[in-house]
Design a protein. Structure first.
Lengths: 289, 328
């Protein structure tokens, strides 16, 4: 019993690291640019396909292809921010929601047309390896993915807290108007935030590739988790998103272990609805702000 | 404004005659099928537009009500032999009641997070119906027993009869929208859509207005669900709670002209015609092409014509036909 429980918690934490990369991206964009990127999951999908093609065409290990998928998606993010998102920033929600939503639909369906709905996998030397510690089973590929995800989150935290650009992003996130009065160039900050968020999604995609299949709809799984984690972790809060993502991973894994294999999503949605009902401004938020 | 009133009635009368005669003139069942799809999605768009368009509560979860309507009438018909005409109204009522707790949850959030919460509620309902094996057939779904010609059970031999049913639904939806547009509620909705805090500050009871319009919107969407199930003689959770229904409800309204009476109809005509043409050119073999084109149209509208086709048509009309009276 305790071993099953511990195993479920470990499985949840390991996949929660990937959820964290996606959620941190969503919350970063929400905090700084003040929009919700509905297409975030599709960039995970693109990251996966990049790694898949590098692995099958050039034999590049998916973990190594991180150094390609991240910059490619960073540049894509800067361009999307510059040419699309910038044009709809303003007080009106409708264009913002439906522009990123249209982007999500477009990327998903383009992938469906170009790559078909087939599942693509990459088999690496460590794909099937696992460590047995006590009675617990720890797959190496997932452990590496978790470790790299945490390292990237840590790097982002250092970037946000020690560099001028990072501080500018946090300032813009806390109060955009005052930040602009202090001489922060909003377009530059927005572009970096969007690019960074997409680079994290790309990293998530590459890290997933050794143990997860790529298919056009794969991003939907991760983006739903991310949305829930971002609500639970208080909108715009990077640390909150990280902690909530790990919790979501564990909750999903416990649901699968103790309720049934297809109940992961129900648990996640139930958590979202419960959060909305009782703590709509996030678990960490102080009451009656 | 006597003459313009006459013109309006004349145009409506011509429109009515054309719409009534259409299935008699065009008898190809492929074409009638497309007409039915256009009318159905126009109607769903009209229902969405009441809440999403006027009050700008951008739901992407209307499949919840479509599915509840479809399941209520089908369960009543298949398990208890009750006519879907009654089931349709019952489904509407179920959807209205469901919209109360769903609205209570989702309206706690604003903007994009309201949208996400609505997506989640529709997904939860789909998952529940996937699990509901004894009561609602689980993932396999069920076929509706085919009784041949049974108008009292909403089953017809002629496709054109389905056309008239859904045309009737659309007329009801447009009439309700028109009445709301003309009433105080219409102004309240627009005020909430423009700025909810400001609307509350001048005395609009925003939570109540939003709750009421959400109930009406849910009721109408559920009617569409019953109709669709009767039309295709089949129900399962994936079609009844399909995310594509939620998407198309919002898309046709935005592309046509969000928050306008005829916007959803114009949007559906454009999108469904495009989709039918694509299918006849390319066959249905290329997966994803329909939504690829829809998403490109949606992006183009948002970036260049946020007022949609209606706004575009009005601009063209004022530029080339009749100049806009100069603003004071």
């Amino acid at each position: 019993m305790w071993e099953t429980l511990a195993q479920a918690v470990i499985n949840g934490l390991l996949i929660g690291g990937i959820y964290a990369l996606v959620s941190i991206g969503v919350t970063l964009i929400f905090g700084v640019v003040k929009i919700v990127n509905f297409a975030q999951g599709e960039f995970v999908m693109i990251g996966m396909y990049i790694s898949f093609f590098l692995a099958t065409q050039f034999g590049v290990d998916p973990l190594v292809s991180l150094v390609i998928s991240m910059p490619v998606l960073f540049i894509a993010g800067v361009l999307i921010q510059h040419f699309l998102i910038r044009r709809v920033l303003g007080p009106n929600d409708m264009p913002q929601i439906f522009l990123t939503f249209a982007l999500s639909l477009l990327l998903l369906n383009l992938a469906l047309m170009l790559f078909s709905a087939n599942y693509r996998t990459v088999h690496t030397s460590y794909s099937d390896e696992a460590w047995h510690i006590g009675g617990l089973y720890i797959p190496v590929a997932k452990l590496i993915a978790f470790a790299v995800a945490m390292a990237l989150s840590g790097l982002l935290w250092v970037f946000l807290h020690t560099t001028d650009l990072g501080r500018a992003m946090r300032a813009a996130s806390q109060n955009r108007d005052v930040a602009m009065l202090m001489g922060i160039n909003p377009n530059r900050v927005f572009a970096v935030a969007f690019g960074t968020a997409l680079a994290l999604a790309g990293a998530a995609g590459s890290l997933l590739m050794p143990f997860y299949s790529a298919y056009p709809f794969v991003g939907q799984v991760f983006v739903l988790m991310a949305f829930v984690a971002v609500v639970m972790g208080t909108l715009g809060n990077v640390m909150g998103a990280l902690v909530a993502s790990l919790m979501m991973g564990v909750a999903e894994s416990l649901g699968i272990q103790f309720v049934g294999a297809d109940s992961g999503l129900i648990v996640v949605f139930a958590l979202l609805l419960l959060t909305l009902a009782f703590r709509p401004s996030g678990l960490g938020a102080r009451r009656g702000r | 404004m006597q003459t313009s009133d006459h013109m309006k009635w004349l145009r409506l009368a011509i429109g009515a005659v054309v719409m009534l005669a259409l299935p008699q003139l065009v008898t190809s069942s492929f074409a009638i099928d497309i007409f039915i799809r256009i009318l159905l999605f126009s109607f769903i768009g009209v229902a969405w537009n009441l809440m999403g368009g006027y009050a700008k509560q951008l739901s992407l979860g209307h499949a919840a009500y479509f599915g509840l309507g479809a399941y209520t009438s089908t369960i009543m018909q298949v398990n208890y032999g009750i006519s879907p005409w009654i089931g349709m109204i019952a489904g509407g009522v179920v959807a209205m009641l469901a919209s109360l707790p769903i609205g209570w949850l989702c309206f706690r959030l604003r903007g994009p997070y309201f949208t996400i919460a609505t997506i989640a509620t529709a997904q939860v309902l789909m998952l529940i119906f996937l699990k509901f094996r004894d009561f609602a057939w689980g993932a396999e779904g069920t076929t509706i027993p085919n009784l041949g010609s049974a108008p009292l059970m909403m089953q017809f031999e002629e496709k054109s009869s389905y056309y008239y049913v859904v045309l009737g639904l659309l007329v009801v939806g447009l009439w309700i929208t028109h009445r709301i547009e003309q009433s105080w509620i219409g102004y309240y909705l627009v005020a909430i859509g423009e700025d909810e805090d400001a609307a509350e500050a001048i005395g609009v009871n925003a939570p109540k207005v939003k709750r009421d319009i959400y109930m009406i919107s849910a009721f109408l969407t559920a009617l569409a669900g019953t109709f669709y199930t009767q039309y295709i003689y089949f129900i399962d959770p994936a079609t009844a709670f399909s995310f594509n229904v939620s998407i198309e409800a919002a898309l046709v309204s935005i592309v046509g002209g969000i928050g306008t009476l005829w916007g959803p109809v114009m949007g559906t005509v454009l999108l469904e015609t495009t989709s039918a043409l694509l299918q006849s050119w390319l066959g249905s073999s290329v997966g994803g092409i329909q939504l690829t084109v829809y998403s490109l149209i949606l992006m183009a509208v948002i970036l260049w014509r946020p007022t949609g086709l209606i706004g575009f048509a009005t601009d063209v009309y004022h530029r080339y036909v009749r100049r806009k009276p100069a603003r004071a």
